[in-house]
Design a binder for this molecule. Structure first.
Ligand code: XMP
Length: 310
């Protein structure tokens, strides 16, 4: 465990030294890591910080509005960048999980590069944490925000990267967020992957499939919010199954629900969710999303599974 107060002081000094009065961009997704990074950056460089939220069309219900409001309440102005079409275009036709992750990462950094050129900024801050680096370097998966540690020079995208949290694990980040006085909706926020719902639509991502998984995610989050678990979500499968809707046999979508307990995301256990809750989720998902005919629950721990499906 770190001393959060000391970490904040040292980190602010380090950011000031690195930037030396230069401007920087912080890309904030609203998660605990990127919001803590943004707030630290704002404390360190004030008006020299330009905060952006990239709307890639892959976020959860209400997320862009949540981010804008949360940052506004913290006194931070945010520029909303609409990149929805570009992200769907880049993901079009891609089925393989790693290929999708790499396409997302490339589009993400190119979008940031474009913003950096527009704003004439040479530094970008991001909320990479230790677990992101460890898993990407080990080759478990391509974390969207890890570049330098695997030998990709961010300067090829036109800027340098600052990662104030890269030595911290999730529980430490939460301590720093609390010490900074961030609201509990941020400091205790459930982790959400950078590539967002794109890795929860198995196989090719389309805007129609994102609508389905977004609604299922909303239902799962609502019904499991009091479980105190680490991550709760829905995944849309790439194949279909037979079911009955309105008295007719149909070939429809399959959703898997995943609820896990974990400290730091490095290992995780599937939660023994009360059966009544699972039944309610299944009923709601199959009733409220017409194309879904089947709802499954994943009982696999990490390892051997990972938390996300892709
Ligand atoms: P896995 O699926 O590897 O996930 O067990 C571990 C944790 O990391 C999150 N995750 C990501 N977070 N960018 C992120 O910022 C990513 O590319 C990414 N992929 C997975 C995942 O949700 C879990 O909390």
């Amino acid at each position: 465990m770190i001393n959060a107060k000391e970490f904040i002081e040292e980190s602010i000094n380090e950011i000031k030294d690195t930037l030396d009065n230069e401007k920087a961009i912080s890309a904030c997704s609203g998660g605990v890591d990127s919001t803590t990074t943004t707030f630290l950056m704002s404390k360190a460089i004030g008006e020299n910080l330009i905060t952006v939220f990239i709307d890639d069309g892959l976020r959860r219900e209400g997320e862009p509005e949540f981010v804008v409001k949360t940052l506004k309440d913290l006194g931070i102005k945010v520029r909303l960048v609409d990149a929805k079409e570009e992200f769907f275009e880049t993901l079009k036709g891609k089925i393989d999980a790693e290929e999708k992750r790499k396409a997302f990462r490339d589009k993400f950094y190119k979008t940031l590069g474009k913003i950096a050129r527009e704003e004439k900024v040479k530094f970008i801050a991001q909320g990479t944490i230790k677990a992101d680096v460890v898993e990407t370097v080990k080759g478990i998966k391509t974390q969207h925000n890890v570049l330098e540690q695997i030998g990709i020079n961010s300067k090829t995208y036109g800027y340098s990267i600052i990662e104030p949290l890269k030595e911290l694990y999730k529980p430490d980040v939460r301590m720093v967020a609390r010490e900074l006085g961030l609201p509990t909706e941020v400091s205790e926020r459930m982790p959400f992957p950078g590539p967002a719902l794109s890795i929860r639509v198995l196989g090719e991502v389309t805007s129609e499939k994102i609508v389905i998984v977004r609604k299922a995610t909303e239902i799962v989050e609502e019904e499991t919010k009091n479980l105190g678990t680490f991550q709760n979500f829905a995944v849309l499968h790439n194949d279909k199954a037979t079911g009955i809707k309105n008295g007719e046999r149909v070939y429809g979508n399959i959703i898997t629900v995943r609820v896990v307990v974990s400290e730091d995301a490095v290992t995780a256990r599937a939660k023994q969710v009360p059966y009544e809750i699972l039944e309610k989720i299944s009923e709601r998902i199959t009733n409220e999303i017409p194309s879904v005919v089947r709802c499954l629950y994943d009982v696999t721990h990490k390892p051997p599974a990972t938390i996300e499906f892709e």
